[in-house]
Design a protein around this ligand. Structure first.
Ligand code: HEM
Length: 420
């Protein structure tokens, strides 16, 4: 008679065979399309080195990117098929000319599990994305940003105070710029003084650090699932951002909104702008704001705006420290501008061309995003090559590689040559 553990081995063996069959079947996709592809390995797809923690995602994809010289390469991430696009012409089609077919990003969105990320511009899909984008675009007009400048200048004063107080000390630049960025975004998006520069134990600073921290095992599996195993998001009811932090920000948003309405406070910040958008909605509006949808926009700005801004400033400061002549020239431009007007105004900042050059160069040299991804929302053919993309196929665009190629053509040009 068979003993119980023999039965378990047989069941496990059968299960592995079924899984092997399923993965092998889906792993034939690129071969059937007749384009170059990176041979998949079982359920790891093309990501064996990443899963074994031998390489980062960027290193794995960069190795594939460099290995092929074709306009695109088929890759597998687990058993998901992705098209790694290399040709600049095809990238332009995806991101510009035929953008209406590629508006969706390859990230899971489940309204009942995670309404905040569902209504965020990063994860929203199709008409939801179009509707939110149409509503939010006016928020970025120069007139609206100009009205927020006094709020930003208040944080600038706190930064000056902080630096004066710590004069002579060794400071962690990244930490200071993060405090400064969180103070600005909290003020402009949530209407609150987070006081990160004034208070070492600011609650909002903790929230900003935790919201998109994917360093723990559970959080890293969670974010991986959002991009590559969307079924796990539904099954395990995963949220993109840390739930406690997102709820904390949601409550701040709701309390501030309530206070604004009760006390008729006007601050010209994002809360005011969102509230005005809501109050001006008509019965014909396809997408109507409620508290959750409005808070989702503020939380998106908070998450998208703080690390990007602080890292960019940190990299720029690092380059300025290395290049004294550039630092001196920039300081001269800022001083002259201030002396002319006696203040920093929206217009005077726009006129600081050298400042713009320094920041643009910092972004070119240290691009913060490694890749963009887009999902095609219809069956689509690249006329140039005849490749047919099936609806819902994700395409990967390695921004860093494009910049690296560009960098190679500037190989003998130093930052100094570009900026001086
Ligand atoms: C140097 C600073 C920044 C960098 C490098 C940066 C980079 C990016 C990138 C690469 C994307 C994705 C674009 C795509 O998928 O095509 C993006 C989207 C976005 N960013 Fe930023 N960002 C920065 C600052 C900010 C700030 C300060 C905010 C808000 C206050 C913000 C809000 C957003 C939003 C809402 C989206 C989604 C747009 C949409 O889908 O329509 N970003 N950003």
């Amino acid at each position: 008679m068979m003993i119980w553990w023999e039965m378990i081995y047989i069941y496990l063996g059968c299960l592995l065979l079924v899984l092997y069959y399923l993965f092998s079947k889906s792993n034939n996709y690129w071969e059937s399309k007749g384009i170059p592809f990176e041979k998949p390995f079982l359920f790891f797809g093309s990501m064996y080195n990443l899963i074994m923690r031998k390489e980062s995602f960027f290193e794995t994809v960069r190795a594939i990117y460099k290995k092929y010289k074709t306009p695109y390469v088929g890759i597998y991430i687990f058993n998901q098929r992705h098209l790694l696009v290399r040709s600049p012409e095809l990238l332009k089609k995806i991101l510009v000319k035929d953008f209406d077919k590629f508006i969706n990003r390859n990230v899971a969105a489940n309204e009942s599990v995670d309404p905040i990320s569902f209504h965020s511009l990063f994860s929203a899909k199709d008409t939801t994305w179009r509707n939110i984008r149409a509503k939010m675009s006016p928020v970025f007009t120069s007139g609206k940003i100009k009205l927020m400048l006094p709020l930003m200048k208040e944080c600038g004063r706190d930064l000056t105070e902080y630096l004066t107080k710590n004069n002579g000390e060794t400071l962690d630049t990244r930490n200071v710029t993060k405090k400064y960025s969180v103070d600005i975004i909290s003020s402009c998006a949530f209407g609150i003084n987070s006081n990160c520069l004034k208070n070492e134990n600011s609650e909002i600073m903790k929230v900003a650090t935790k919201l998109l921290n994917f360093n723990t095992f559970v959080r890293s599996i969670s974010v991986l699932s959002f991009f590559f195993i969307p079924k796990f998001v539904d099954i395990f009811r995963l949220t993109f951002g840390d739930l406690t932090s997102a709820n904390y920000l949601m409550n701040i948003f709701k309390d501030t909104l309530k206070e604004r309405e009760e006390r008729k406070i006007v601050r010209h910040d994002l809360i005011d702008l969102l509230n005005n958008l809501k109050n001006n909605e008509t019965v014909d509006d396809e997408y109507k704001f409620d508290d959750i949808k409005m808070a989702a926009q503020a939380i998106t700005f908070f998450a998208a705006g703080n690390d990007t801004t602080s890292s960019t400033i940190s990299f720029a400061l690092y380059e300025l420290a290395l290049n004294k002549e550039i630092q001196d020239r920039l300081r001269q431009e800022v001083r002259e501008s201030f002396d002319k007007v006696g203040d920093f105004t929206y217009e005077s900042i726009q006129e600081m061309i050298y400042l713009d050059m320094v920041l643009t160069e910092a972004l070119r040299k240290y691009p913060l995003t490694t890749s963009l991804n887009r999902v095609v929302n219809t069956d689509y053919t690249f006329e140039e090559t005849g490749l047919k993309l099936d609806k819902n196929l994700p395409a990967y665009i390695m921004i860093r590689n494009i910049i690296l190629i560009q960098r190679n053509s500037f190989q003998n040009v130093s930052v100094k040559d570009l900026l001086y």
